[in-house]
Ligand binder design. Structure first.
Ligand code: AMP
Length: 283
């Protein structure tokens, strides 16, 4: 497994793989890897000749009052998890490699980045789009793998790829969960014991909403209010948003038709957690 720190070396390596006719699968991450990340890496390994993983805690996707400084970092641990899967290269650039002095370019992904998580995290999705575009130009993958856990991010990346004509397939992988249903996340490490227990309410609420929809409740406002009421039974939880949305456009919907997503952002203590379920009604 090669550890690559510079853009030049990464591009040269990828060019070499491509010259040999190899397909490259890519998993961008911010490190502190858990089973959720590793499931993406395993799927990438199964579907491509070459697997490249990046580890970069991207400063431009964090707001000034967010957790950039305390975000968990464990590169040694990450490498020991990636190596047994048969990853070919891990790209770990420093911040000044990606954003040298004077760097000023930015991708504006548009209004899709201003709703849901973007409503409280101003500029977050532009930061994501910009770094992912750079990583795509550096790694030059055939396929890139993202988790459904970050549902809005997957929609943003698909839009980025389509509108800027990246010749890359975006593949969305299922959310990996803890036994109580809590979606795995690097930020779960912020939770103390009581908060960790309380965090189970997100999945309970999602499953309750899914149950209503599958039982033919078409009124999104009823599903939303039942979900909110359930989350409010947990004293440590504070809802940022709970929405029933169109899974393609992320717009709020009134009537639930064939496919909808339930999307949540909830603070447990000071930790902000997100989760979602896509519900498909058979016709
Ligand atoms: P992050 O390191 O949080 O930026 O995540 C890197 C990638 O892993 C993103 O595409 C995430 O959506 C994905 N990911 C994070 N947690 C999970 C999970 N529990 N299940 C599946 N994918 C995940």
């Amino acid at each position: 497994m090669q550890i690559i720190k510079t853009i030049k070396e990464m591009q040269a390596l990828s060019r070499g793989f491509k010259a040999k006719g190899k397909t490259i699968g890519f998993v961008p991450t911010m490190g502190a890897l858990h089973e959720g990340h590793l499931s993406l890496v395993r799927q990438t390994k199964a579907e491509n000749d070459i697997v490249v993983v990046s580890i970069f805690v991207n400063p431009t996707q964090f707001g000034p009052k967010e957790d950039f400084n305390k975000y968990p970092r464990d590169v040694e641990g990450d490498l020991s998890k990636l190596s047994p899967i048969g990853v070919d290269a891990v790209f770990i650039p420093g911040a000044s490699e990606i954003y040298p002095n004077g760097f000023s370019a930015s991708i504006n992904i548009g209004s899709i980045g201003d709703i849901l998580c973007g409503a409280s995290r101003h500029g977050h999705f532009n930061g994501v789009a910009t770094v992912v575009a750079k990583l795509f130009n550096i790694v030059m993958p055939d396929r890139a793998y993202f988790g459904q856990k970050d549902f809005q991010q997957t929609v943003v990346i698909k839009k980025l790829v389509m509108e800027l004509n990246f010749d890359i397939d975006v593949i969305v992988c299922p959310t990996v969960r803890e036994p109580d249903g809590l979606a795995m996340s690097s930020r779960n490490s912020y939770l103390n014991e009581a908060e960790r227990k309380a965090a189970g309410i997100l999945y309970k609420a999602l499953k309750h909403g899914e149950g209503l929809i599958l039982n033919n409740v078409k009124d999104a406002s009823r599903v939303k209010s039942e979900i909110e009421a359930l989350i409010k039974t947990e004293p440590l939880a504070e809802i940022e948003y709970a929405e029933i949305i169109d899974a393609a456009t992320l717009e709020k919907i009134d009537d639930i038709k064939s496919i909808a997503a339930i999307s949540l952002a909830v603070r447990i203590g000071t930790t902000r957690l997100i989760d979602n379920l896509v519900v498909v009604l058979s016709i």
